[in-house]
Design a protein around this ligand. Structure first.
Ligand code: ADP
Ligand code: MG
Length: 583
C-alpha cells in the first residue's frame, strides 16, 4: 500500500442520493465487527503499526492504536456524523475504491451503542506534526473536541459496548467465541496487510505480535505458526483478468475445522462460495470425512467484476464470472496437490516383504519415529521364537503382501484381503481405548513444544484433562503453545508433534458457529492419534504382518477401522468355488 504520501484527509458529508444508494446494513453486530471496522480505519490511514487490545471479549474495552496519518483537529468533530467519510465523494468513486471503509458509517454506528473516544494527531510524510485533538461520545451524546497531547496517529477506545442495547447483548455468543472472533478479525486483516505490524492483547495478555513481513507467506507462517504452515503448499494461476494465488493444506494434512480458511478479493477479506467450493472440490478425493483444508486464497480481478456492495457485515461477494473463478481456483489447487509429491505407494522388495512409502513423509517422519511399531525388523524376525510357536498356531494365516498396502490371509473357510493401515488403526484403537496399559506414559527424551494458532489454543486447553487421562504428559506453555513431555505408552514411539497436530491441527472455534458445548472428546483424541500414529509406517514384514492379522481378529470390531472404513474383504471358499463353477 502506498498511502503514506496522502495528506491528512478531508471529511465530507455524502449527498443524500449517495447515502441512499449505499445499502446501510447493520455495521456493528458484535465486538468483532467493531474490531474489524477500527482496524480497517487504521489500515486506510496507512498505519505501519496497529495495536489492538480487548477486555471481556470486547464488551468491556476495545482499543485500537495506530501510527497512520491521523485526523486534523478541524475534522475530528465530524467523525461521529453519519455518512461522514474522507474516502469517497460520490457514488462513482465506489468503483475506484482502494480503501476498506467508504460508507462513513462505522464510527457513527459504534458511537450509538458505546462510550467511544477518538484521539488523533495528523502526521505529514515529511515529518511535520500538527497538534492533536480528542472527541468523545457516550451513547450518541457527543462532547468535545478538546486538545490532546497524543503523538502522531490515532487511538480509538470503545467502552461498554451494547450496554444500552440489552437485546444485542443477549444475541452475543459465549465469551470464548466472541474473543476468538475478535482475534480472527485481526488475523484476517493482518494476512491481507503483511507489511503492517500487528499486536494483539486480550485481558492484558499478549495474543500475538506480528512483525512487519516482506511477503504474504512470511505473514501466513507467523499467523499459522510453523507446524501448520509447513503442511501447506502454494498454488497460483491466472485466467483472463482473474488471477489467484494462495496456499492450501497438503493432501494428508487436513484439519478438524473450517476456521483456518481465508479468502481475499483484491486484498479485502471476503467470503466467496465460488472460491471455497472450488477448493473443496479439488480436495474431495483426498479428504477424509469431517476434515477441512487450511487455505488462503488471494483473488485479483477488476473491481468492476466484483459485487461487494452488500451489507458491510456480510462478507459474501459475487464475481461477475463465478464459473471462471471456480475453475481457475480448482485447477490451480489440483495441480498444486499433484506437484507437491502425493503419497506414493511403491514396492520395495526385501526379504520377501513389501514396503509402503511416501517420498515426502518418509523424510519428514524419520527423525521422529523409531523403527518399532509395525515397521519390519529383519534381525528380530529371524531370531525370535515367534516363527515356530505363535505363527504355527495362528488361525488365520498370513500369505503375502500385495499392492503396497494389502495383506492376503486365509483360514480354513475364507480368503481375506486386509488393508494394513486400516487394520493397524483398529488394533491400536482398541488397545488405546481399553487401556490395557493403564494409560501408562512413555517419557520423551526431550519435551516437544507445539505452537498453535492462538484461535485454536483456547480450545486445546479445554481438552487437556482428557489428554492426561489417556496417558499424555502435557501442559500449556507460553502464549499459545503446548509442552509435551510424554506420550501414551500404547502409541509406542510415536511422533508426539505430528499426533498433537493431528488432534488439534485446527480444532478451533468457528467465529460463526453456535457456542461450542465441549472441547474435543476423548473419543476424537483416540481416533485422531491412532490414525496419525500409524501414518507413514511401512508395510509390515512377514512376522509383523502375521502378528497384525492375529491382533486384528482378536479385536471386537475387526471389520472396520475406527473411522468406519472396512479393514478387510472376506471371500468364502464357497463363493470362490462358485466363481470357478466347481459346484
Ligand atoms: P469510513 O471508514 O467508511 O470512511 P468511518 O466511520 O469508519 O467511515 O470513519 C469516518 C472517518 O474518520 C474516516 O473516513 C476517516 O477520515 C476518519 N478516521 C477514522 N478512523 C481513523 C484512523 N484510525 N486514522 C485516520 N482517520 C480515521
Ligand atoms: Mg471505516
Amino acid at each position: 500500500m502506498s498511502k503514506s504520501e496522502v495528506l491528512p484527509s478531508i471529511i465530507r458529508i455524502l449527498d443524500k442520493n449517495t447515502q441512499e444508494r449505499i445499502s446501510a446494513g447493520e455495521v456493528v453486530e458484535r465486538p468483532s465487527s467493531v474490531v474489524k471496522e477500527l482496524v480497517e480505519n487504521s489500515l486506510d490511514a496507512g498505519a505501519r503499526n496497529v495495536t489492538v487490545e480487548i477486555e471481556s471479549a470486547g464488551r468491556k474495552l476495545i482499543r485500537v492504536a495506530d501510527d497512520g496519518r491521523g485526523i486534523s483537529a478541524s475534522d475530528i468533530s465530524k467523525v461521529f456524523l453519519r455518512h461522514a467519510t474522507s474516502k469517497i465523494i460520490s457514488y462513482d468513486d465506489l468503483f475506484r475504491l482502494s480503501t476498506m471503509g467508504f460508507r462513513g458509517e462505522a464510527l457513527f454506528s459504534i458511537s450509538a451503542v458505546s462510550e467511544i473516544s477518538v484521539e488523533s494527531a495528523p502526521a505529514f510524510p515529511d515529518g511535520r506534526r500538527l497538534p492533536g485533538a480528542a472527541i468523545k461520545s457516550s451513547y450518541s451524546e457527543v462532547s468535545g473536541p478538546s486538545p490532546s497531547s497524543i503523538a502522531a496517529g490515532t487511538i480509538v477506545e470503545v467502552v461498554g459496548l451494547f450496554a444500552n442495547t440489552p437485546a444485542r447483548l443477549k444475541f452475543l455468543k459465549s465469551s470464548s467465541t466472541e474473543n476468538s472472533a475478535c482475534i480472527a478479525a485481526v488475523q484476517s486483516l493482518a494476512l491481507a496487510n503483511p507489511a503492517t505490524a500487528f499486536h494483539m492483547f486480550s485481558e492484558g495478555k499478549k495474543i500475538f505480535s506480528l512483525a512487519s513481513a516482506r511477503s504474504t507467506d512470511e505473514r501466513l507462517a507467523a499467523v499459522l505458526k510453523k507446524d501448520v504452515f509447513d503442511r501447506t503448499v502454494s498454488f497460483q494461476a491466472a485466467h483472463g483478468e482473474i488471477s489467484v494465488k494462495g496456499r492450501v493444506s497438503e493432501i494428508d494434512a487436513f484439519v478438524a475445522s473450517r476456521s483456518l480458511q481465508w479468502v481475499f478479493a483484491n486484498r479485502r477479506v471476503v467470503s466467496s462460495r465460488a472460491v471455497s467450493s472450488a477448493i473443496y472440490d479439488a480436495a474431495r478425493e483426498f479428504m477424509p470425512r469431517a476434515r477441512h483444508p487450511v487455505f488462503t486464497v488471494f483473488v485479483e480481478a477488476p473491481p468492476s467484476t466484483i459485487d461487494a456492495n452488500v451489507s458491510p457485515t456480510k462478507r459474501e461477494v459475487k464475481f461477475a464470472d463465478e464459473a471462471a473463478v471456480f475453475s481457475v481456483v480448482r485447477s490451480a489447487v489440483k495441480s498444486a496437490f499433484s506437484s507437491s509429491g502425493p503419497v506414493r505407494y511403491g514396492f520395495a522388495r526385501g526379504g520377501g516383504a513389501f514396503a509402503i512409502s511416501s517420498d515426502k513423509r518418509v523424510a519428514a517422519y524419520d527423525a521422529g519415529v523409531s523403527s518399532s511399531g509395525i515397521r519390519r525388523r529383519e534381525g528380530d524376525e529371524l531370531s525370535s521364537g515367534f516363527f515356530t510357536s505363535e505363527l504355527a498356531n495362528s488361525r488365520v494365516k498370513y500369505i503375502a503382501g500385495i499392492f503396497g498396502y494389502c495383506l492376503v490371509a486365509a483360514d480354513e473357510d475364507n480368503l481375506y484381503l486386509i488393508d494394513a493401515h486400516a487394520a493397524s488403526e483398529r488394533v491400536l484403537y482398541e488397545k488405546y481405548r481399553i487401556r490395557e496399559t493403564g494409560a501408562a506414559t512413555q517419557l520423551l527424551l526431550a519435551p516437544v513444544i507445539v505452537d498453535l494458532p492462538p484461535s485454536v489454543f483456547a480450545d486445546v486447553s479445554a481438552s487437556l484433562k482428557a489428554l492426561k487421562s489417556l496417558g499424555w504428559k502435557i501442559e500449556p506453555f507460553g502464549e499459545s503453545a503446548l509442552k509435551c513431555e510424554g506420550t501414551p505408552a500404547v502409541l509406542q514411539d510415536v511422533n508426539a508433534r505430528a499426533v498433537l497436530m493431528a488432534i488439534f491441527g485446527a480444532a478451533s472455534v468457528e467465529p460463526k458457529s453456535a457456542p461450542r458445548a465441549s472441547a474435543i472428546t476423548e473419543e476424537d483424541i483416540i481416533k485422531r492419534s491412532c490414525r496419525e500414529a500409524i501414518r507413514g509406517k511401512e508395510m509390515p514384514g512377514f512376522i509383523e504382518a502375521q502378528r497384525l492379522v492375529n491382533d486384528l481378529f482378536s479385536t471386537q470390531n475387526y471389520q472396520t477401522c475406527p473411522h468406519g472404513r472396512p479393514t478387510l474383504i472376506k471371500i468364502s471358499s464357497s463363493e470362490l468355488a462358485s466363481k470357478f463353477r466347481r459346484t
